[in-house]
Design a protein around this ligand. Structure first.
Ligand code: SF4
Length: 449
């Protein structure tokens, strides 16, 4: 039911952690303006869709949502339906929305999220649509207020965009080239988060290892030299009151020995590295433009495991990339068996218009992709749990994140990102507690406080 005395909003987020973080900022801006979050898209006075465009069929999902809102807009012509995010960086998509969905009143892109407050004012005071999408960012986004999903943890953007141009990926085209925030700004934001109750931060970027400090003119290490990601991480690790630091995503070609040293020497840097490999075949890695090969990837994994105790390593894999032969696919299966990941996020390759891979004429037939995907899942399932028996019986620190909906038990994460379920008081949510791991259930542990 509509809470008629209050102005309300709903933000619908698609896609990755960067988008989730952007949505927290959009929510923060609206809350500062006095809006209250509600669940219903139909009832909310403002509905913002923060879109993703990594997969081609994502737009159909968005159109479905917007189509359903037409009736509620006709009942309340003051309702503001807005769309932002990566999909709005594509001119064709903006044209479709403009021409077919007249009830969408606000469109903006990834480069001007810091204008959101003004854009809302503009659309409230205008009879026309407000469409403001830039091809590039001229400056680094200002700090915005944000409404966090969790009181005790949050994401912090350290950079935007990507320079890598993996041939299957649209991100560099829609998010632009890499731009790093200044060390000063990042540290100030984290300190403010800590004052507000945060004990864990996740440093976010498409490729955090190439953080270069290009915007760090106020804060310099050695005579204005560029600040590397390990240097930034080390500075963040020194911030008083910060109990845990995570980061995402690392590109294998840029993960340095120095980063491994920094992780090892600071207890508050979590023992978890997400290192997307995408394929175990050198031919496919080359076609993907990943700029590492199987051998060098495995060397990095070995260095990480040799140096960081109890580290959790997770990865992403794409199956069915153009030109992938049975032998290439088997190389991926053998890599999984060799690395024994702690978790694998699996994806069927799907053509993304606008990328080089979509133009390749050796696309793998869909039925083969599906069969290989099933075999990949079986391989991941067979490997899972092989790393975890060593933890059973140990007492480890868990950041309690919430309650498991099914069992009602508390649920939290180890430093290496494994989930732990255990019985305890809800008051513990947001705290780090010691838990004995009594049983491994492959993807999570059962424990006791
Ligand atoms: S590193 Fe590759 S996959 Fe990741 S965002 Fe950049 S281009 Fe896309």
């Amino acid at each position: 039911m509509k809470e008629s005395n209050f102005k309300t909003y709903k933000i619908v987020t698609f896609g990755c952690q960067m988008n989730a973080r952007d949505s927290e900022k959009l929510a923060g801006v609206l809350e500062e303006k006095g809006y209250i979050e509600i669940e219903s898209e139909e009832d909310a006075d403002i509905v913002i869709f923060n879109t993703c465009t990594v997969r081609e069929n994502a737009n159909q999902r968005l159109y479905g949502h917007i189509g359903q809102l037409k009736k509620s807009y006709l009942n309340n012509k003051n309702k503001i339906i807005g769309i932002c995010g990566c999909m709005m960086q594509e001119k064709d998509e903006v044209e479709v929305i403009k021409n077919k969905y007249n009830h969408v009143r606000l469109i903006f892109g990834t480069h001007n999220i810091d204008e959101f407050g003004n854009l809302i004012d503009e659309v409230i005071n205008s009879d026309d649509k407000v469409i403001r999408v830039y091809d590039e960012s001229s400056n680094i986004e200002k700090s915005l207020p944000s409404k966090r999903v969790f009181k005790f943890k949050c994401g912090v953007n350290i950079m935007y965009g990507c320079n890598n141009f993996c041939t299957y990926c649209i991100v560099p085209y829609v998010r632009g080239r890499e731009r790093s925030r200044s060390v000063d700004d990042i540290i100030e934001e984290i300190k403010a988060d800590i004052r507000d109750g945060v004990i864990e931060v996740m440093l976010l970027g498409q490729n955090v290892n190439s953080y270069s400090g290009v915007a760090s003119d106020k804060y310099s290490f050695a005579n204005n030299e560029k600040v590397t990601f390990p240097e930034l991480l080390e500075e963040v690790a020194k911030i008083e009151g910060l109990k845990r630091i995570r980061f995402m995503t690392s590109h294998p070609k840029d993960l340095s020995d120095e980063l491994i040293r920094v992780i090892k020497s600071h207890d508050n840097i979590c023992r978890h590295i997400h290192l997307p490999v995408q394929s175990g075949s050198d031919n496919i890695l080359k076609a993907m433009n990943r700029r590492y090969d199987r051998k060098s990837y495995l060397q990095v994994i070995k260095k990480i495991r040799d140096n960081i105790d109890d580290v959790g390593i997770t990865t992403d894999i794409i199956v069915g990339f153009p030109g992938e032969t049975e032998k290439d696919f088997e190389d991926t299966l053998s890599l999984i068996n060799e690395v024994l990941y702690d978790a694998v996020f699996t994806f069927e390759y799907s053509k993304r218009t606008g990328t080089k891979a979509a133009e390749m004429d050796n696309q793998v037939p869909e039925e083969i992709v599906k069969k290989r995907f099933k075999r990949l899942l079986d391989a991941v399932e067979n490997c899972s749990g092989k790393n975890v028996e060593k933890y059973v019986g140990r007492v480890m620190e868990v950041l309690v994140e919430g309650e498991d909906k099914i069992s009602g038990k508390l649920t939290g994460r180890l430093s290496n990102n494994y989930l732990v379920h255990f019985t305890g008081d809800k008051e513990l949510i947001g705290q780090i507690v010691k838990v004995r791991l009594v049983r491994s259930c492959k993807f999570y542990f059962e424990g006791e406080l």
